[in-house]
Ligand binder design. Structure first.
Ligand SMILES: Cc1cc2nc3c(=O)[nH]c(=O)nc-3n(C[C@H](O)[C@H](O)[C@H](O)COP(=O)(O)O)c2cc1C
Length: 172
C-alpha cells in the first residue's frame, strides 16, 4: 500500500523550509510518497496518512500560520499519524538543552495533547543577520545570540528515518 505523507512547514527566512525539504527527501528515499508544502498552500489533508508539521520559532512561539494550521486542522490531525518539529536554537550543542526545557509553544499544549503526536523534535536553526529587519537585528544583538547556520543534517536525517520506519511498520 502506498503511504502518502504531508510535510507542512512555516518559515520566515527559509531555514525551516529547507529542513522540510530535507525531511521530504529522506522520506522519499525510504520509499514513501511525500509532499512538502508551506502550511498556507495545504488545501486538503484527506489524501495523507501522516503529517509532519514544523515551524520556525520566534520569541518562543511558532509562526502564526503554523499555529493556525494546527488549530484549524485539529480534528483531521488527531485521526492521523503526526510528527512535529521546531527549528530554532542557534549555537553548538544539544538543541533540547539550548532550549532550556522548551519543547513546544505552551499556548498550543491543549491542542497538541489532543492530537497526540508521535514525537516532537527540536532542530538547530539558521540566522542570517543580512535578512533580518531592524527590530529583529536589535533583539538578536541584545541577547548576544550566536549567528550562522547551525542546522544538523545528520540529526534531521536520523529523526526522519525513524519516522519512515514507524510508518512502514504501522502499514504492514
Ligand atoms: C528576532 C528573532 C527571534 C528568535 N527567537 C527564537 C526563539 O525564541 N527560540 C529559538 O529557538 N530560536 C529563535 N530564533 C531563531 C530562529 O528560530 C531560527 O533562526 C530559525 O531557524 C529561523 O527559521 P526560518 O528561516 O525558517 O524563519 C529567533 C530569531 C530571530 C531573528
Amino acid at each position: 500500500m502506498e503511504i502518502r505523507i504531508l510535510v507542512a512547514y512555516a518559515s520566515k527566512y527559509g531555514a525551516t523550509a529547507e529542513i522540510a525539504e530535507k525531511i521530504g527527501q529522506v522520506l522519499r528515499q525510504a520509499g514513501l510518497q511525500a509532499d512538502v508544502l508551506p502550511v498556507h498552500r495545504v488545501s486538503d489533508l484527506m489524501p495523507y496518512k501522516a503529517v509532519v508539521l514544523g515551524s520556525a520559532v520566534y520569541m518562543g512561539r511558532w509562526r502564526k500560520e503554523a499555529a493556525k494550521f494546527l488549530r484549524t486542522n485539529e480534528k483531521l490531525l488527531a485521526e492521523r499519524f503526526v510528527w512535529l518539529f521546531s527549528s530554532g536554537p542557534l549555537g553548538e550543542g544539544d538543541p533540547v538543552e539550548l532550549m532550556k526545557g522548551w519543547r513546544f509553544p505552551e499556548g498550543l499544549r491543549p491542542i497538541i495533547d489532543r492530537i497526540q503526536p508521535r514525537d516532537i523534535a527540536i532542530f538547530h536553526g539558521m540566522l542570517d543577520m543580512k535578512k533580518l529587519n531592524f527590530i529583529e537585528k536589535f533583539a538578536i544583538k541584545n541577547v548576544k545570540s550566536p549567528v550562522g547556520d547551525f542546522r544538523d543534517l545528520d540529526a534531521i536525517t536520523s529523526w526522519t528515518t525513524a519516522v519512515a520506519d514507524e510508518l512502514k511498520k504501522q502499514s504492514e
